[in-house]
Design a protein around this ligand. Structure first.
Ligand SMILES: *Cc1c(COP(=O)(O)O)cnc(C)c1O
Length: 373
């Protein structure tokens, strides 16, 4: 389906062949064990037991796999997918490179668990410089990085990693597979949280890993079956149902982010604005070359925690919440979760509200928040 547009691919992704009397997207199949053929046993059907196999999950994996251009395995959360990657690929004595400015729990897992297991953990900022990759087993990057929204040239880093014999994995959470296709850029693996923009309704946790390597896919599948971090059938079905509108949701979120970014850029009382879609942004040259569309997330600084509180309280259309990529615009002061950011640093996730309403609301809320004190 590579000749079709994003909206068409999203609507059709992973759907079974039409069959009279059947729904477009089959409902969730709730089963721990399934009936097994009394003579052939599990050989007769892929469905034997719910941890390794579930047909609702397989349809979702087909859908996300089509969008990433690879085979896919879904997990109970993004963290489950990322830790599955790290623990499947890395062995004692191996070296991994992780982003200093990426998703905080990944760094915590690396320093708490991987280091204890004898894995050497190196850190590099998303924009670099990256250490000498000789002897490195895996490089994991986040681009755009959460929450700072820096971007790295995936194709150039893939070349460097491969020349050194390392694998390159890209966390594609912020961009989604419509925003960029890391495997086409040379990455070996994609991991992501589907909790964010991919499913976008703020009602479920999901993660996935995608790769074109059958060896890595088999290893990760085996890992998932033995450790058991699978999403339930209902969450998998909700996720698949939500995918159909991904193109529409991202288009509005991205348009809203563009409008909010130009509002904020003109204000002297807002500093540190980052949005990779703004030509003045340091990430723009690489982002505009390697990304197919810009995310609905931006970040900026209001100076103090108090001023962020006043801003969010005054806004009618901006909810105080963590996570991002949902239908509703949300603001998150990252320092309150322990992120290494300033007290007034805000990650703003634009929802699908009407652009004019959102811009007017944010302008009014900033005025109500008053100057930084
Ligand atoms: C949220 C997030 C994760 C973790 O995903 P969960 O679904 O919350 O486990 C990983 N990476 C990035 C970039 C994220 O934003």
């Amino acid at each position: 389906m590579t000749d079709l547009g994003d909206g068409t691919r999203c609507v059709r992704a992973g759907l079974p062949e039409p069959a009279p009397g059947q729904p477009f997207l089959p409902g969730p199949v709730f089963a721990a064990p399934y009936h097994v053929d009394p003579w052939q046993g599990p050989a007769a059907s892929p469905n034997g037991y719910g941890r390794p196999d579930n047909p609702t999950r397989r349809l979702l994996e087909a859908a996300i796999g089509e969008l990433e251009g690879a085979d896919c395995r879904v997990f109970a959360s993004g963290q489950a997918a990322i830790t599955a990657l790290l623990l499947t690929v890395l062995r004692p004595g191996d070296t991994v490179v992780l982003p200093t400015d990426g998703y905080f729990p990944v760094r915590a897992f690396a320093t708490d668990v991987l280091a204890e297991l004898g894995v050497r953990v190196l850190f590099a900022p998303t924009v670099g410089p990256y250490p000498d990759l000789a002897g490195v087993r895996l490089v994991l990057v986040e681009t755009p990085a959460n929450p700072g929204l820096d971007v790295v040239d995936v194709a150039a880093l893939a070349d460097r990693a491969h020349a050194a014999g390392a694998l390159l994995a890209v966390d594609n959470t912020t961009a989604t597979p419509l925003g960029q296709r890391p495997l086409d850029l040379g990455a070996d693996l994609v991991v992501a949280s589907g909790t964010k923009a991919l499913t976008g309704h703020s009602d479920l946790l999901l993660g996935y890993l995608a790769t074109r390597s059958t060896v890595l896919l088999e290893a990760v599948t085996g890992w998932r079956t033995t450790t058991g971090a699978v999403p339930g059938a209902f969450d998998a079905w909700l996720a698949h149902r939500s995918l159909a509108t991904l193109d529409l949701r991202l288009a509005r979120q991205s348009a809203n982010a563009a409008a909010v970014a130009s509002l904020l850029a003109d204000r002297v009382d807002v500093t540190g604005l980052r949005w990779p879609g703004r030509p003045e942004d340091p990430a723009y040259p690489v982002a505009s070359a390697q990304m197919r569309r810009m995310p609905g997330v931006l970040c900026f600084d209001l100076g103090t925690a108090d001023r962020v509180g006043r801003f969010v309280e005054a806004a009618r259309l901006v909810a105080a919440a963590t996570s991002f990529g949902g239908l509703h615009t949300t603001a998150d002061r990252r320092a309150q979760w322990g992120d290494d950011t300033g007290p007034g640093f805000v990650r703003l996730s634009c929802g699908v509200e009407d652009t004019a309403d959102l811009v007017a609301d944010i302008a009014a809320a900033l005025a109500a928040a008053g100057p930084a004190t």
